[in-house]
Design a binder for this molecule. Sequence first.
Ligand code: AMP
Ligand code: MN
Ligand code: MN
Length: 339
Amino acid sequence: MTLSPPRGSDLTAEATAVLAAAAADRATVVLSGHVQPDADALGSTLALAEGLRRRGARVLPTFPEPFTLPASLAWLPGADALVPSSEVPASPDVFVSLDAASPARLGELAPLLQRAGTSVVVDHHASNPGFGRVRVVDPAAPATVTLVADLLDGLGVQLDRRLATCLYAGLAADTGSFRFGSTRPDTHELAARLLATGIDHAAISRRLFDTAPFSWLGLLSVVAGRATLEPDVGAGLVWTWSSTAEAAEHGLPGEQLEALVDVVRATQEADVACVLKGQDDGSWSVSLRSRGATDVARVAAALGGGGHSAAAGFTSDRDREGTVAALRSLLGGPAIMVS
Ligand code: AMP
Ligand code: MN
Ligand code: MN
């Protein structure tokens, strides 16, 4: 028997009821995306917070330490009202987790899953193990913002430019501007609804994807120049590395390391692209991308991380060669190929 995937409305019905009741009671709702939030995590948090605020809830949108946003996201409407995690109540009426694949991705906010009156988890990661009391987890959703749009519809919140800007940022980011396989007909239908509110989608995309200091070109040339192609590892591996210290040598903040993988993953000879990003504490934050033959979410999960089949990540405390060696041995195994 084949089960059809849940329709958005079935999946969101219980969460909508919980959130609508909380708003009607003027309850306190803490909302958080994952650590080092991206456009989907932050857009989801800000849009749902604004929608719940309009319905009467006392909302506290936040995200885990470090409490700094990259310039590419700090302009999102409502970002100026984000509250540091140290200032949110430890036991709010409701805690909403957005775009976090696991409790660990919520950092110091993870205890709120237990300590809040109730918890709602809104996510689209295939690696999500199932946590929180009310779960809106749909691995077929191309972005968490699509689930938030369903929740806002259920709450009777009208989409306007402010909400649509947050939702579009997450949608464009997680679909690779509608290029990735996760894009479905209803993805474009949502995009059409968002554009119909009058958002400046070209400006949103330029700020998110096409804006970097000139010195980023210098960093890119170094990082691209040291890339290694290993065609015999799995379906082919291309990897390179950089670090927050190297970014600093180019006068750049660490956030400028994030876009490097989007260049590296164009490598035709390698199904898997990997960028190791050295952090200030000596650990490696590792980004994995697949061109389609390899399930990198399973690779990342085996190394303590998670993600989607085509885009995943993990953190490694091994040294650089040890981290790549662990990756090589997993990619060489048979279990991670997309069937
Ligand atoms: P990134 O390479 O950081 O852009 O992440 C790609 C995907 O993998 C995103 O969906 C992330 O949420 C997920 N991801 C990255 N790092 C981790 C991690 N340490 N644990 C779980 N998921 C992760
Ligand atoms: Mn994310
Ligand atoms: Mn996402």
